[in-house]
Write a protein that binds this ligand. Structure first.
Ligand SMILES: Nc1ncnc2c1ncn2[C@@H]1O[C@H](COP(=O)(O)OP(=O)(O)OP(=O)(O)O)[C@@H](O)[C@H]1O
Length: 251
């Protein structure tokens, strides 16, 4: 379980906070989506929850401990983050990158264990990358590269997994595959998943809980079906929405 209580963050030199008094709960075994217009503060909230940014006010709690009290190593073991693609282009194979997910569990010179290897193989299998394990990363398509970063995060076997717009570079097959994988992992392993998604129908289909951020504030939060109403979508996105057979028709 991860919670953020009344988080306020202002970037250095900015007049207004990018995030104001945001309170969120991410339960284990569930997918929690952050939605909101461009520039509303979703990534800032995500960075506060991962510990990349330290809010000027408020506290992030991970399993009943304030995040800032957790030693860096424990933080690195428990929280994994998948950023949008186009990261560095490492001259490594797929498996070599996925193995890096085990780094937080190793001290200098400590040896590679069968548990490490098992975690890597499971992560490759969960992301459909087993057959590409020996390929060079630079030879992969953008969508395949995106899956490598997810596999690296999964190899870490984190308690909490954050993803910033994970479906951006994926075709529709892999978008659904990734969201199904996340749902399965959250259900079967009790993984806490937090993600930023722009596709509201995917939010409706896959997110158990949703928080909507507008101008740095949480304007709605809770079970997705109760949050994602036509009225909210109109207010926040200025888009008309109708729910037809469980799908949002947007216009
Ligand atoms: N590093 C930064 N320094 C200063 N201001 C920033 C920085 N990053 C973001 N901001 C500002 O903070 C506000 C919130 O940005 P944030 O990236 O959290 O929004 P977002 O909802 O994730 O947007 P998007 O959907 O476009 O990715 C914006 O006004 C943005 O300009």
């Amino acid at each position: 379980m991860m919670t953020g209580k009344e988080l306020t963050y202002r970037y250095p030199g900015a007049v207004q906070p990018a995030l104001q008094q945001a309170t969120v709960t991410l339960p284990p075994g569930q997918i929690t989506a952050l939605i909101g217009p461009n520039g509303s503060g979703k990534s800032t909230l995500l960075r506060c929850l991962t510990g990349t940014l330290t809010p000027q006010q408020g506290t992030v709690w991970l399993q009943n401990r304030p995040l800032q009290h957790l030693p860096a190593r424990q933080r690195a073991q428990r929280i994994a983050v998948v950023q949008q693609a186009n990261q560095d282009q490492p001259l490594l194979t797929v498996e070599e990158i996925v193995r890096l997910g085990r780094t937080p569990f190793h001290r200098l010179w400590s040896s590679w264990t069968t548990a490490d290897q098992h975690a890597v193989e499971q992560a490759l299998a969960n992301t459909g990358l087993t057959d590409l394990a020996d390929q060079s990363y630079t030879a992969l398509s953008g969508g395949q590269q995106q899956r490598v970063w997810l596999a690296m995060a999964l190899a870490q076997k984190p308690a909490v997994l954050f993803l910033d717009e994970p479906t951006t570079y994926l075709d529709i097959h892999y978008q659904l595959g990734l969201l199904q994988t996340l749902r399965q992992l959250s259900r079967t392993q009790g993984l806490t998943v937090g993600l930023i998604l722009h596709d509201l129908n995917q939010v409706l289909q896959f997110a158990d809980r949703t928080y909507c951020v507008q101008a740095g504030r949480i304007v709605a939060g809770g079970k997705t079906v109760t949050v994602l109403t036509p009225a909210l979508i109109r207010d926040v996105f200025q888009v008309e929405a109708k729910l037809i057979s469980g799908t949002l028709a947007l216009h």
